[in-house]
Design a protein around this ligand. Structure first.
Ligand code: F6P
Length: 551
């Protein structure tokens, strides 16, 4: 048997000297208010901000000092982050439990780059697939690719789940402004039949193309939806099996399963086992995105990704955006005990960005053992959540401002709107700046009293402040900026995974539920009363469901 690959950092994070120093430093720093930190350092707002690859990253409203930052950076060094970055970019099998390379960075590498996996340069293959995708997308967009009955394709439905859905749907929504508005794009992920029923609602099968997106092509939800789509399409096309070739294409790494499903591999767009599902939106999994926005915009997005990759790979950690973003969130997670991070895009087109980040961050770093399989002694991934501003302000921001929990926030904003309507955009951006200011500085009892507030009401109207946030400000939401933003978070997740000494690229935690569901399905469907061997709760729920079904 092959020897278990040895992790590069066998040591536990908490044993590193920087970790211990951070723990000691936390005791004094946590008593300081952001008001004092700003008052004592007039240049803080300029000094603790970085502009790189077109993103302005202001981290001054974090509960950190220069000492905190240098200790966090020391922690990154002691965790041998640089070596691990090089290991990823050079195609080493850093996904140790699956013994795979982790090379989403190769998906956006320029054509003349060499990235070797098992001695083979993978970049030419990446570009060959991109060229096939571009050719296909252009044919669909121009009407050259026609459906079985000769009508042009006007509707595209992507069927996939997890990384095979969240990336495509997020990117479609994010780049809708650049999309072909004469076409309809819909996304089906949930095995709940309502998802398919609503996605197909009102569409003409003669004009509808399905993209079945699944790395494995065995995922229960996707395969169930794909079979339903096949039946729906055939029903609308007179039942002619030949129509499948014109109305179904596949994106997968599994040619055998694609063929079994009945899709010709000529209509399959491949990718590789070194692309994780949650890191795949810029692979062929992005086919729906490319059809929507066109190959040129897709390539601009890839270029944005690549610029951030190069920034991450080459720039010293103290000016490295993903490293700083990752370290700051780790600081709250592991030393302040913060449980969550709110991601708050002040850009309606980014409405699915928090959902996308949930898979990226939590499926990557929601791990309980180290690379060596030992229980971790510190918290790993925080819970990511969020909604676009300003909607969230009228719902959960109350808790962020005055609740009992510390919730670090990432505010994301763009200087130029994509839809210039009156002075909407100034109002929107004023709210970003107002929120971060209010969170950091709050309002003291003295200030509240000075406004004439009666004594009994003062405590209710006090804002403690000292609530940390990052502000990420870019010029405009373009395909290139989207690529940079996604890569920023990808590499921040990587940074954290290295420090936590975990495998950020496997996802064993999703397996157990899948296996149990496969066992329960026949118990729900069998005509005869099944013999149940679950716990008493599960047995009772199954029996109750069966009763409801019969009624
Ligand atoms: O459920 C976990 C998962 O494996 C994700 O990591 C992945 O993105 C998703 O399922 C979909 O997998 P596939 O693309 O193989 O259908």
């Amino acid at each position: 048997m092959a020897a278990q690959p040895q992790p590069l950092t066998p040591e536990r994070p908490a044993k590193k000297s920087a970790w211990k120093e951070l723990a000691a430093h936390y005791k004094t720093l946590s008593k300081q208010h952001l008001r004092e930190l700003f008052a004592g350092d007039p240049e803080r707002g300029q000094r603790m901000a970085i502009e790189a690859v077109g993103l302005y990253f202001d981290y001054s409203k974090n509960r950190v000092t220069d000492e905190t930052m240098s200790l966090l950076l020391k922690l990154a060094e002691e965790s041998r982050l640089r070596e691990r970055i090089d290991a990823m970019f050079s195609g080493q099998r850093i996904n140790v439990t699956e013994k795979r390379a982790v090379l989403h960075v190769a998906l956006r590498a320029p054509e003349d780059t060499t990235i070797l996996v098992d001695g083979k340069n993978v970049v030419p293959e990446v570009h060959a697939v991109l060229d096939r995708m571009a050719n296909f997308s252009n044919r669909v967009r121009s009407g050259e690719w026609i459906g079985h009955t000769g009508k042009r394709i006007r509707n595209v439905i992507n069927i996939g789940i997890g990384g095979s859905d969240l990336g495509p749907v997020m990117a479609y929504e994010a780049l809708k402004h650049y999309s072909d508005r004469s076409m309809t794009f819909r996304f089906v992920s949930n095995v709940d039949g309502t998802d398919f029923a609503e996605a197909a609602q009102g569409l003409d099968a003669e004009e509808t193309l399905f993209i079945v997106s699944s790395k494995t092509f065995t995922t229960l939800e996707t395969m169930t939806n794909a079979q339903t789509a096949r039946a729906w399409s055939l029903a609308g096309l007179g039942g002619d099996e030949k129509s499948v070739a014109k109305h179904f294409v596949a994106v997968s790494t599994n040619a055998a399963e694609v063929t079994k499903f009945g899709i010709d591999t000529a209509n399959m767009f491949g990718f590789w086992d070194w692309v994780g599902g949650r890191y795949s939106m810029d692979s062929a999994i992005g086919l729906s995105t490319m059809i929507a926005v066109g190959p040129e915009n897709f390539h601009a997005m890839l270029d944005g990704f690549h610029q951030m990759d190069e920034h991450f790979r080459t720039v010293p950690f103290e000016r490295n955006l993903p490293v700083l973003l990752g370290l700051l969130s780790l600081w709250y997670n592991d030393f302040f005990g913060a449980q969550t991070v709110a991601v708050l895009p002040y850009e309606q087109y980014l409405k699915r960005f928090p959902a996308y980040l949930q898979q990226l961050t939590m499926e990557s770093n929601g791990k309980h053992v180290t690379l060596k399989g030992k229980p971790v002694k510190h918290d790993t991934s925080p819970i990511y959540w969020g909604e676009p501003g300003t909607n969230g302000q009228h719902s959960f921001y109350q808790l962020i401002h005055q609740g009992t929990r510390l919730i670090p926030c990432d505010f994301i904003a763009f200087a130029k709107p994509l839809n210039q309507l009156g002075h909407h955009h100034d109002i929107l951006i004023a709210n970003v700046f107002a929120q971060t200011e209010a969170l950091a500085f709050g309002k003291t009892p003295e200030q509240v009293k000075a406004e004439g507030t009666p004594d009994w009401l003062v405590p209710h109207r006090v804002f403690e402040g000292n609530r940390p946030s990052n502000t990420i400000l870019a010029h405009e939401l373009t395909p290139d900026t989207l690529g940079k933003l996604v890569a920023l978070y990808e590499h921040a997740v990587f940074t954290q995974g290295v420090i936590w000494n975990i495998d950020s690229f496997d996802q064993w935690g999703v397996e157990l539920g899948k296996v149990l569901a496969q066992r329960i399905i026949p118990e729900l469907e069998s005509p005869a009363e099944p013999v149940l061997n679950h716990d008493s709760s599960t047995n009772t729920l199954i029996r109750r469901y069966r009763k409801h079904k019969e009624s």
